[in-house]
Design a protein around this ligand. Structure first.
Ligand code: CP
Length: 333
């Protein structure tokens, strides 16, 4: 049995096979590949794309999806092992995993960090506990990484550029009024370097570097392809000659849980917005974002509405890529 918790556990070739089959599913949406199969979708956080694409994707493959929102329409869940459950949680992740495994063929979960203590959140305990006690494959719909977004992102880039090896890829931090999850940024760094792109992480200063685990992975994957992961705080040189600009905002890890201290620092960097002037420095780069995206905060209307923006194509690819990934997991079971 294989889980889909992080792309770290999957080779570039296996991920490419999922993307290749997703391209086939894009041409022929309705195939009975999950006939009589069921998937539980656990959402601890809101979603538009993930929920819609998973529910419809399972349906299009002949299966049944069940959406559960713990704390809203399902019992609040405890996931600390050995905890004395005298607080707000009503049932333990162990029973949740065992019961849903008895009903369903796969369990997918979205559980963002609590945003109080990064040393706690970086352990990704909830999904790991679910996978430990589940007897069916577990899928990450975004925790501290977002592997489904990675598949859709690479698929969209390949559809537009073909071979990605050696392309200059810039992951740029952008401003947002709130501190956001680092999941998509971690994922962007991992997958772009894993697929052989020449990756630059552009961020305001060292406080906005990603967790050391993902920085090291980005470097390791880059080295494997003869590249070097570049960190830049200089907007002009980072955009110069870029083939891909991927935008994301995230909270600075040294201020995790002390966001009032980070806010005046973050507010100084509103000029990291992706605009036409910056895009003009690139090699006619593709622009994308995982969505949702605040217009004229992260990128200007002109950039989002330009022919170079592939964010909608990437969002559509979530549907095809997840169908392909779920089919793979069922084939491994
Ligand atoms: N990109 C993404 O996961 O979108 P949602 O948060 O709307 O699911």
């Amino acid at each position: 049995m294989q889980h889909f918790l992080t792309t770290e556990s999957w080779s570039q070739q296996s991920l490419q096979e999922m993307i290749n089959f997703a391209k086939e599913l894009k041409k022929n949406k309705f195939q009975p590949l999950l006939k009589n199969k069921s998937v539980a979708l656990l959402f601890f956080n809101p979603s538009l794309r993930t929920r819609t694409s998973f529910e419809l994707g399972v349906h299009q493959l002949g299966g049944q999806a069940v959406v559960l929102q713990p704390g809203k329409d399902a019992w609040p869940i405890e996931f600390e092992l050995g905890s004395i459950m005298d607080g707000d949680t009503e049932e333990h992740i162990k029973e949740v995993a065992e019961v849903l495994s008895a009903y369903c063929d796969m369990i997918a979960v979205r559980a963002f960090p609590k945003f109080q203590n990064w040393q706690e959140d970086r352990q990704d305990k909830l999904i790991k506990s679910l996978a430990k006690f589940s007897t069916v494959p577990v899928i990450n719909m975004e925790t501290i990484t977002h592997p489904c977004q990675e598949l859709a992102h690479i698929m969209a880039l390949q559809e537009n550029m073909g071979d990605l090896k050696g392309k200059k890829y810039v992951l740029t931090w952008t401003y947002h009024p709130k501190p956001l999850n680092t999941a998509v940024a971690n994922s962007s760094l991992m997958i772009a370097s894993k697929f052989g792109m020449d990756v630059t992480l552009l961020c305001p200063n060292e406080d906005y570097l990603l967790d050391e685990h993902y920085m090291e992975l980005g470097q390791t994957y880059s080295s494997h392809h003869g590249n070097r992961l570049t960190v830049s705080h200089d907007i002009n040189s980072a955009y110069e000659g870029a083939d891909v600009i991927y935008a994301k905002s995230w909270g600075a890890l040294p201020y995790f849980g002390q966001w009032e201290k980070e806010k005046p620092i973050r507010d100084q960097y509103k000029h990291f917005i992706v605009d036409e002037e910056k895009m003009a420095k690139t090699n006619n780069a593709l622009f994308s974002h995982c969505l949702p995206m605040r217009r004229n905060i992260k990128a200007t209307d002109a950039v989002i509405d330009s022919a170079n923006c592939i964010a909608i194509q990437e969002a559509e690819n979530r549907l095809h890529a997840q169908k392909s990934m779920m089919t793979s997991l069922m084939n491994y079971s």
